[in-house]
Each structure stands twice: as structure tokens, then as C-alpha cells.
Design a protein around this ligand. Structure first.
Ligand SMILES: [Zn+2]
Length: 138
């Protein structure tokens, strides 16, 4: 039986100039990172300046959505907006771009192994908001 809980928090940066395109990319099923024209490095999360060289000549690049499970936990106590328990994973993006945290869906704890391949999936949680989650990449 479902609850009335939203099971997400509205991102505070959804309309920031530096991150709006990222959230719009999720609506299109694209996971976007930033690439710096000055030093050619990619990074995530999106921000106004490159963390490698502080340059601000940046472009958006679409990632494959594939990653490696760095760690995970079962969350039993959460903000009141969430049903518990749920699985939360930390995923390393390829090429040392960064590490993301997201809910793991469609899997049970006994199926998870650190270092296993995972990928990003998408969930439309509101008519104006899509979020990313993690699924096992089989
Ligand atoms: Zn740079």
C-alpha cells in the first residue's frame, strides 16, 4: 500500500543559471556534466568554474550514464518526506569525473557488490521534475 510521501526533495538549485541545464537534461533522459575548454577536463557536479583550472569557458557533455558502485547503505531513518527503508548508493562516474549519490532501485541489498557496474536511470517525480537513480547494469 502506497503512502502519501513524495519520496524526494525538490533540488534547491533547479533554476540556478549554472545548473538549470543539468535538471533539464534529466527531463530528456540525459545525464550531463561540464567540460572545460581551457584544460579539457570534465567534472561533476556542474558549477560555474572548472575545479581543475578555474576557467569558466565550459560546455555541457552527455555522459554514458554508466558507473561503478563505490559503496552503498540501507537507509532506515530519513527526512519525513521519504518512505524507509531504501537503498542509497555512491557511484563513481567514468574517467574520474566525480561521484554521485542516489537511490538504488530495482535491486535488493543482497544483490549489491562494491565495484559492480551500475548505470543511471530516470524517474519523473513531478510534472516539472525528473531525478536520477541507480540500477544494476546487467
Ligand atoms: Zn579547466
Amino acid at each position: 500500500m502506497g503512502t502519501e510521501k513524495p519520496n524526494f526533495l525538490w533540488p534547491t538549485n533547479a533554476n540556478y543559471a549554472t545548473t538549470k541545464e543539468f535538471w533539464e537534461g534529466l527531463r530528456r533522459r540525459q545525464f550531463l556534466a561540464r567540460k572545460c575548454h581551457r584544460c579539457d577536463e570534465m567534472f561533476f557536479p556542474p558549477r560555474s568554474h572548472c575545479p581543475h583550472c578555474l576557467g569558466n569557458d565550459l560546455e555541457w557533455v552527455e555522459l554514458s550514464g554508466k558507473g561503478t558502485l563505490y559503496s552503498w547503505t540501507e537507509v532506515n531513518i530519513a527526512a519525513p518526506e521519504f518512505d524507509t527503508p531504501f537503498l542509497l548508493g555512491l557511484v563513481d562516474l567514468p574517467q574520474d569525473i566525480g561521484r554521485i549519490a542516489a537511490k538504488i532501485v530495482g535491486a535488493e541489498a543482497h544483490q549489491l557488490r562494491i565495484g559492480m557496474p551500475v548505470k543511471i536511470s530516470y524517474a519523473d517525480v513531478h510534472k516539472d521534475l525528473s531525478l536520477y537513480c541507480i540500477i544494476i547494469d546487467q
